[in-house]
Ligand binder design. Structure first.
Ligand SMILES: *Cc1c(COP(=O)(O)O)cnc(C)c1O
Length: 389
């Protein structure tokens, strides 16, 4: 089906570096390309397919909803949207939910909410190596120069400090600062896990300075780190979190969650989204939440994450090019001192999909439903790949 790839090149923007294969089918932890080759998918749509590909619960829910009501508008109340909001509130420390369609859009909502709450204070401090999205404001928030250079000028009001540096953060707060925005574990920046004291310290600094503490949980949320939301791992108490990737298990949906006194700053007309909280996606997301917000399921993610990191550490003993294994739950990174893309490509040929980030880090974000057997298979393929380079 080389034809399709050629056709794609002819008709679609060239803004992604794509592997020249067409993925046509998915089931559980596996996907198939148009030539019938099967791959173990440990990228899972970049931490999106948290229950694997085409999970029954999700497919059933959207089939049923599709025959009832696909879309109306937020001019009216929407049943699955209300039920999903209730579910998210009951499983978090938050009171209210705003729905949108993507991670960037969720962060945009958080930024607008912080600015209105700031009432004249508008600066938001974010972290170096962070990633918050591709729209202009979220790009402004993103602390990586390479994403900015062709799209200047940057949206005003974002200051970046090194992730993990409390002093720099304190010294950057000024009279116009209204919020601090960070990822609990930096995803695109390299699966960077900070120490617990740091995050607690940031929270305290926010409190002491009357700043909102906003956590971007677009990648870390929805069970990825072995907790419903990553802030639970560090016993944090943020004011706002943003969600997207895993929230719909493959459906395009984003959200922010906030405490009442902050959420109530938005009045009718302040913000909105045509598709936000649409019946189809919220019915599907509800099915995802039912499954993920379960202590036993979360414990399995913790256990499988530990198992996986243990196996990666055994590979580290064997191959000198593996420098560090890191992560939490099933959000796992592996620093290597060779080109990550070489390993990614070798694994792809051998039927394992993984992802390279920040040049020399391998990222593993498998479905949370991946089995020990599948983790063993991934390790076997990685072992072969490392053996060949
Ligand atoms: C992927 C990601 C985003 C952007 O989400 P989109 O749905 O692609 O807009 C924002 N923040 C983090 C932490 C992400 O991983």
């Amino acid at each position: 089906m080389e034809n399709l790839v050629e056709m794609g090149k002819e008709y679609i923007f060239n803004n992604y570096g794509r592997i020249p294969k067409v993925i046509v089918k998915g089931e559980g932890s596996y996907v198939w390309d148009s030539e019938g080759k099967k791959y173990l998918d440990f990228v899972a749509g970049i931490a999106v397919n948290n229950l694997g590909h085409c999970p029954k619960e999700l497919v059933e829910a959207i089939k049923e909803q599709a025959e009832k009501l696909l879309h109306c508008s937020n001019l009216y109340w929407i049943e699955p949207q209300i039920k999903l909001a209730k579910k998210l509130v009951e499983n978090s420390i938050f009171d209210k939910v705003f729905f949108c369609n993507s991670g960037a859009e969720a962060n945009e909502a958080a930024i607008k909410l912080a600015r209105k709450w700031g009432n004249g204070r508008y600066e938001i401090i974010t972290m170096e190596k962070s990633f918050h999205g591709r729209t202009l404001a979220t790009l402004g928030a993103t602390g990586q120069e390479k994403f900015h250079k062709d799209f200047l000028p940057k949206v005003d009001g974002f200051l970046h400090v090194p992730f993990g540096d409390v002093e720099k953060l304190k010294n950057t707060i000024g009279p116009k600062t209204c919020a601090v925005l960070l990822e609990v574990i930096q995803g695109e920046g390299g699966v960077n896990v900070p120490n617990e004291e740091y995050l607690k310290e940031v929270e305290k600094i926010c409190k002491d300075n009357n700043l909102l503490f906003i956590i971007d949980e677009v990648q870390t949320g929805m069970g990825r780190t072995g907790k419903r939301f990553a802030y639970e791992n560090f016993d944090l108490n943020p004011d706002i979190i943003s969600l997207a990737k895993g929230l719909g298990g493959g459906l395009p949906i984003g959200a922010i969650l906030a405490k009442d006194e902050i959420a109530n700053v938005f009045k009718p007309g302040d913000h909105g989204s045509t598709f936000g909280g649409n019946p189809l996606v919220t019915s599907g997301s509800l099915a995802i939440c039912e499954k993920i917000f379960d202590d036993k399921f979360m414990q399995e993610v913790v256990d499988k994450g530990e198992y996986f990191r243990g196996k990666l550490n055994s590979l580290k003993e064997k191959y000198a090019c593996i420098k560090k294994v890191k992560g939490l739950g099933l959000m796992i990174g592996c620093d290597i001192d060779i080109n990550a893309q070489d390993i990614v490509n070798l694994c792809f040929e051998k039927g394992l999909i993984i992802n390279g980030i920040a040049g020399q880090t391998l990222r593993f974000v498998p479905p949370l439903t991946a089995t020990i057997k599948e983790i063993d298979l991934a390790i076997e393929i990685l072992d072969e790949a490392f053996g060949e380079v």
